[in-house]
Write a protein that binds this ligand. Structure first.
Ligand SMILES: NC(=O)C1=CN([C@@H]2O[C@H](COP(=O)(O)OP(=O)(O)OC[C@H]3O[C@@H](n4cnc5c(N)ncnc54)[C@H](OP(=O)(O)O)[C@@H]3O)[C@@H](O)[C@H]2O)C=CC1
Ligand SMILES: CC(C)=CCC[C@@H](C)[C@H]1CC[C@H]2C3=C(CC[C@]12C)[C@@]1(C)CCC(=O)[C@@H](C)[C@@H]1CC3
Length: 312
């Protein structure tokens, strides 16, 4: 039977590698590449069709950094078996060279290369919805997508699976529940990834009562080799697992052994369940505000258009 798989950020890197692996794995897969850049999405589709001539690959225009784009994209979906929330950004990363060399000659060196802990800062900015861009792209846009698709994801008799691409760079100390967008700090990427880990837990709690949503957060600690193919290991592995065998408190790591063999390993997350619930309710509040602002903006635009056609 056909299995519909949506992948956000499928135009390059890990998302594209995952698509390639899924088509190789299962001939019944129908892919939907959910991308913000149409040209790059078309190029990705052509590349996939070159190696999988008869594959079914659809394109969906989706900019997860824009709430309006997310709402429009969600209208188009009519069946979802898997949804991979993979799009992510780390804009303008700055490396702390001092910390890097100090780490290089310490016992923490492997961890440093696996997680970049304490090594990276980024410059964030506001997007057109007035949200911090990293938060909006890595977390909030995907949250709105889930909220909008909830009826489809949670249909009786049909279980959809949601898999979120996290990172080993997710860090509790980079996140503050009083500043969920990370307006104040310099590590928005770590903060957004930690927030997505927490959110996956809260989503499982709040939506599992209606059965069906499994958010399996992922992490990529490709300690020895870092390629998109290897990075997609845990994403691919999760596609093959039965939902009941997965633990919502675990993160599934893509790992590569010294001999170059890829494997997936679950590790329990360092998450405060109460804080996850607070984050969930803060995101619900923010959702209301952003939706209201969007309605007002669209109403203003319509009024402006009417005014222009009146004076013509
Ligand atoms: N590379 C690594 O070492 C690790 C990566 N990750 C995570 O893996 C995921 C994929 O990253 P990776 O493949 O490495 O990076 P890439 O930059 O290669 O891919 C990121 C993808 O996300 C897309 N994207 C970015 N912003 C948006 C947006 N607003 N709307 C829709 N799509 C968007 C990009 O599209 P476009 O082509 O338009 O830019 C691109 O297809 C990310 O979530 C990242 O945080 C986690 C751990 C390690
Ligand atoms: C410029 C000098 C002196 C050194 C540069 C090394 C770093 C650029 C490099 C070391 C560890 C890397 C790393 C990532 C990015 C590049 C490094 C910082 C990630 C943060 C990329 C995104 C992720 O999600 C992480 C899991 C990666 C962890 C390791």
């Amino acid at each position: 039977m056909e299995r519909v798989v949506i992948v956000t950020g499928a135009s390059s890197g890990i998302g594209l590698a995952l698509c390639e692996r899924l088509l190789t794995e299962d001939k019944q897969v129908r892919l939907c590449l959910a991308c913000r850049n149409v040209q790059r999405a078309k190029a990705a589709r052509s590349a996939l069709l070159t190696s999988h001539t008869n594959a079914r690959v659809d394109l969906l225009h989706l900019d997860v950094g824009s709430v309006e784009s997310v709402l429009n994209a969600a209208k188009v979906a009519n069946r979802i078996d898997f949804m991979y929330l993979n799009a992510g950004i780390m804009p303008n990363p700055q490396v702390d060279v001092g910390a890097f060399f100090k780490g290089l000659f310490s016992s923490n060196v492997i961890n440093m290369f696996a997680t970049a802990e304490g090594l990276l800062t980024q410059q964030d900015r506001l997007n057109s919805d007035g949200l911090q861009e990293v938060f909006a792209t890595n977390l909030f846009g995907h949250f709105i997508l889930i909220r909008e698709l909830e009826p489809l994801l949670c249909q009786t008799g049909h279980t959809s699976r949601v898999v979120w691409t996290s990172s080993s760079n997710a860090r509790r100390s980079a996140f503050s529940i009083n500043d969920i967008q990370h307006r104040e700090g310099t590590e928005p990427y770590s903060s957004s990834k930690y927030a997505s880990d927490m959110l996956s837990l809260a989503l499982n709690r709040n939506m599992n009562s209606q059965v069906c949503l499994v958010c399996s957060p992922l992490i990529f600690t490709n300690t020895f080799t870092l390629t998109p193919y290897n990075g997609a290991e845990a994403l691919h592995w999760l596609f093959l697992q039965k939902p009941e065998s997965l633990d919502p408190r675990a993160k599934y790591h893509s790992l590569t052994s010294g001999l170059g063999k890829n494997y997936t390993k679950p590790r329990l997350m360092d998450i405060d369940g109460e804080m996850a619930e607070v984050l969930f309710s803060k995101l619900r509040e923010l959702e209301k505000v952003v939706r209201r602002n969007l309605c007002e903006r669209n109403a203003d635009n319509e009024a402006h258009q009417r005014y222009l056609s009146d004076i013509e």
